[in-house]
Design a protein around this ligand. Structure first.
Ligand SMILES: [Zn+2]
Length: 82
């Protein structure tokens, strides 16, 4: 992808940015911070260049070396709100 390409969904322009990416690898989800990506300025959809994707795959394979773990509350949409 280049800065002249358009978003596949809404045809908005894209710009290079660094995002926190969620990456699925063999049924496991990992989050990777500061991943270079193309982000649609209109709908926020993001695209990764092939080498970036490959690199995330390498990170996922070495996930035993990840030292930081995030915990965050996970709500259920149908939870009781009393
Ligand atoms: Zn878009």
């Amino acid at each position: 992808m280049t800065k002249n390409d358009l978003c596949e969904f809404c045809e908005g322009g894209v710009e290079q940015n660094r995002i926190q990416a969620r990456f699925n690898f063999k049924g496991e989800t990992i989050y990777i911070d500061n991943v270079p990506a193309w982000v649609c300025v209109k709908c926020g959809e993001h695209y990764f260049d092939a080498p970036v994707y490959k690199h995330m795959e390498e990170i996922a394979k070495h996930r035993d070396c990840i030292t930081k773990t995030l915990t965050f509350p996970l709500a259920e949409y149908d939870m009781a709100l009393s």
